[in-house]
Design a protein around this ligand. Structure first.
Ligand code: FAD
Length: 461
């Protein structure tokens, strides 16, 4: 039986960051990963989608040649090359994590872990047992499957299968208009697919501020996406080469036919085989492990981080939770995480980035809410770049001008949301935000311009 100071189960952005921090703090650390280091994020999530989206961006730019003064007679698109590039990018980053584990003297074990006691783990492959003073569960999540569909069919996809396609579909119906569904829609549409995107809720990107999600819907429809909101899936008929899906909107049935169907209707936690109930973990009715603000589970000295906690299922949430937990293990400093300060990004065209409260949430919380809106069409860098679509909406409280949240659609907004997250963390007022000098010309100036409007002193509008 091997004993460790810290055992970490799962090598995604939660688990591997926890491992580096823990080993760096001098703890004898083991990381158990049953598949590849990097987890969903590096292998089947954030990274391969962004690689394919970069290809999609280049394809779109080439099709805009006339605007920039060049013409190309015929562009030959090779989706397989885009796919191969996405796998190379993932592999490069996964190798990088392997290197970091060695450099930081983390013991990595390739096996499947299972609890056999509150502080005791069984490796189901080697049958070895490990005990740990502290255990961090970072097992992540997998795509949720709709029971109505048979995912063993080649034309029925979840996000992982979609990332393994070697050719773009000619047509595809995507169920779910959250970030993942919209990103796949952007990729496949750029490669010529006819894309239908269906959402049960009344609007796309339903967790985002209503005005920004409305703007996104308008822009994406303008680019040719067929979007059906407030629409319920009724039945699916899958012949070899065509999927016929029956939907209902406002009581009216209709059918969409496409070559493939992709569901992007959320994720579910990887907790099934961990034996959690037997050792006394409290999970919610969907199987997510319940944790407090410091990621303690119901078992002393056992923590959970990342998607398996069902908080804000994003890679940087997992990493932030990891750092919080290890700080608390090492120095008992009582670190807590405020999920309201975590940015959210969707890498579509236009991009969407937000942090803090939406207007509706701020009202719900009882704030006397005001908003300030600045369009990208008044921003020099966006105009010079050739894409001034989009807008920024700043949410603040009326009496003291406290900054509560920001919601942006437009080019490069995912690269600048961290700045707004810093303002939020520092609990700035809109007046203080105007005093931060933003470089010119940058798209980031839109944040400062919106703060000027909020402060009652608009400049470039
Ligand atoms: P994971 O990354 O899922 O890692 C968990 C690891 O645990 C896995 O490697 C798994 O093999 C391992 N494991 C599970 N059970 C066991 C066991 N019993 N024993 C040993 N190992 C085990 N987030 C963003 O922030 N930005 C994005 O742009 C983004 N894009 C995404 C696109 C897609 C298509 C998808 C599906 C997700 C995307 N996400 C994105 C979400 C992001 O990937 C996850 O939030 C993140 O990977 C969660 O990290 P994690 O460490 O909790 O779990």
């Amino acid at each position: 039986m091997m004993n460790y100071d810290v055992i970490i189960i799962g090598g995604g952005p939660g688990g591997y960051v926890a491992a580096i921090k823990s080993a760096n703090a001098g703890k004898k650390t083991v990381l158990i990963e049953k598949e590849e280091l990097g987890g969903t994020c590096l292998n089947w999530g954030c990274i391969p989608t962004k690689s394919l989206l970069r290809n999609a961006e280049i394809v779109r730019s080439l099709s805009e040649g006339e605007k920039f003064g060049f013409s190309i007679d015929r562009i030959k698109l090779d989706y397989e090359k885009a796919y191969l590039r996405s796998r190379e990018v993932s592999a490069q980053l996964v190798n990088g994590i392997s290197y970091l584990m060695k450099k930081n003297k983390v013991t990595v074990v390739k096996d499947t872990a299972k609890f056999i006691g509150k502080k005791e783990i069984l490796l189901t492959g080697s049958k070895e047992r490990l005990t740990g003073e502290h255990i961090i569960v970072a097992v992540g999540s997998k795509p949720f499957h709709l029971p109505i569909l048979d995912y063993s069919k080649p034309n029925v996809l979840d996000s992982k299968k979609a990332l393994q396609l070697k050719r773009a579909p000619r047509s595809i119906t995507i169920i779910g208009a959250g970030a993942i569904g919209m990103e796949f829609a952007t990729i496949f549409q750029s490669y010529g697919a006819q894309v239908h995107i269906v959402e049960m809720l009344p609007r796309i990107l339903p967790n985002e501020d209503e005005d920004i999600s409305t703007l996104m819907e308008k822009e994406m429809c303008r680019k040719g996406l067929k979007i059906y909101t407030g629409t319920k899936l009724i039945s699916v008929e899958n012949n070899k080469n065509v999927v016929k899906v029956k939907f209902e909107k406002d009581g009216n049935p209709f059918t969409l036919e496409s070559e493939m169907i992709l569901t992007a209707t959320g994720v579910c936690p990887n907790t099934k085989d961990l034996n959690l109930e037997k050792v006394g973990f409290i999970t919610d009715n969907r199987g997510y492990i319940e944790v407090d603000k410091r990621m303690h589970t119901s078992i002393r000295d056992v923590y959970a981080i990342g998607d398996v906690t069902g908080k804000l299922t994003l890679a940087h949430t997992a990493s932030a939770q990891a750092m919080c937990v290890v700080n608390n293990i090492c120095c008992k400093c009582g670190d807590e995480l405020n999920y309201d300060n975590i940015p959210r990004c969707t890498y579509t065209v236009p991009e969407l980035a937000s942090v803090g409260l939406t207007e509706a949430k701020a009202r719900e919380k009882g704030y006397d809410v005001e908003t300030a809106v600045f369009p990208l069409s008044a921003n020099g860098k966006a105009i010079s770049y050739g894409d001034d679509t989009g807008s920024v909406k700043l949410i603040f409280e009326k009496k003291y001008g406290q900054f509560l949240g920001i919601h942006m659609a437009g080019v490069h907004v995912t690269e600048m949301i961290w700045g707004a997250a810093a303002y939020l963390k520092m609990e700035m007022t809109v007046d203080e935000m105007t005093q931060v000098v933003h470089p010119h010309p940058t798209v980031s100036e839109v944040i400062m311009e919106a703060a000027h409007i909020a402060n009652g002193e608009p400049i470039h509008i």
